[in-house]
Design a binder for this molecule. Structure first.
Ligand code: SF4
Length: 222
């Protein structure tokens, strides 16, 4: 954890910017709160900004630099993996993501990217080759087995997001050692078996995530 003061708590005490936080056996990197989607189930849209006791709220002006992110990751000590994942879409800050991954690469610790899979759509080019050799595992939020359900749950800002996400997953399969599609079991209208079939047909892994509170105040979203 490092950085400037972003928000104040209920009695006016300053809250530090959290650049890195521990969750299970990983060190997670909090790049941004900005998102391409507006998922109806996202905790931040329900006023919940805390994951594993880490307050992840960030103003754009307080987003940590790549240097701060790398130092925070290293300061967190040994871990099983580094994970790009906060309450926002890490690929929004594509350049910083590449810098941080390259800086952490020499540690030998595996690096995972949790993403909505829309980076190529947002950045207007096929970005997947740019993370080849930097990212070991890409976990992509599939969230639904069809576009209508995806649009209802994830409320994408750009047309064609569902197809773009699937195309991104297919490209990752070519360049990244491990690719996982995920969906949340228990969300109304989500056909988990059909989601698993999509992953199988793409030749990637699938993981059904529970929709659950992790500490009574926050929800696991990725
Ligand atoms: S669930 Fe993830 S992708 Fe969806 S709005 Fe929240 S942070 Fe963004």
């Amino acid at each position: 954890m490092a950085g400037a003061v972003a928000y104040r708590d209920g009695v006016g005490r300053p809250l530090p910017v959290v650049a890195a936080y521990r969750l299970r056996d990983g060190v997670y990197l909090n790049l941004t709160n900005r998102c391409t989607l507006r998922c109806s189930f996202c905790p931040k849209f329900h006023g919940l900004w805390t994951v594993a006791d880490a307050r992840l709220r960030l103003r754009v002006m307080d987003e940590p630099s790549s240097a701060v992110l790398v130092q925070a990751a290293l300061d967190a000590g040994p871990c099983a993996e580094y994970v790009f994942c906060g309450l926002g879409e890490p690929t929004t800050r594509w350049s910083e993501l590449l810098l941080v991954a390259a800086a952490l690469r020499p540690t030998g610790t595996p690096i995972r990217l949790n993403t909505d899979g829309l980076a190529s759509l947002v950045h207007g080019r096929d970005v997947v080759p740019e993370i080849a050799g930097l990212i070991d595992h890409v976990s992509i939020s599939l969230n639904a087995a069809d576009e209508a359900t995806y649009d209802r749950l994830c409320r994408p800002g750009r047309p064609g997001s569902f197809a773009a996400m699937l195309a991104f997953a297919a490209r990752c399969r070519t360049y990244i050692p491990r690719v996982t599609l995920t969906a949340i079991a228990g969300l109304p209208g989500v056909d988990i078996d059909a989601c698993a079939r999509i992953a199988r047909d793409l030749g990637v892994d699938f993981r059904a995530r529970p929709l659950e509170a992790t500490d009574g105040r926050s929800f696991r979203v990725r």
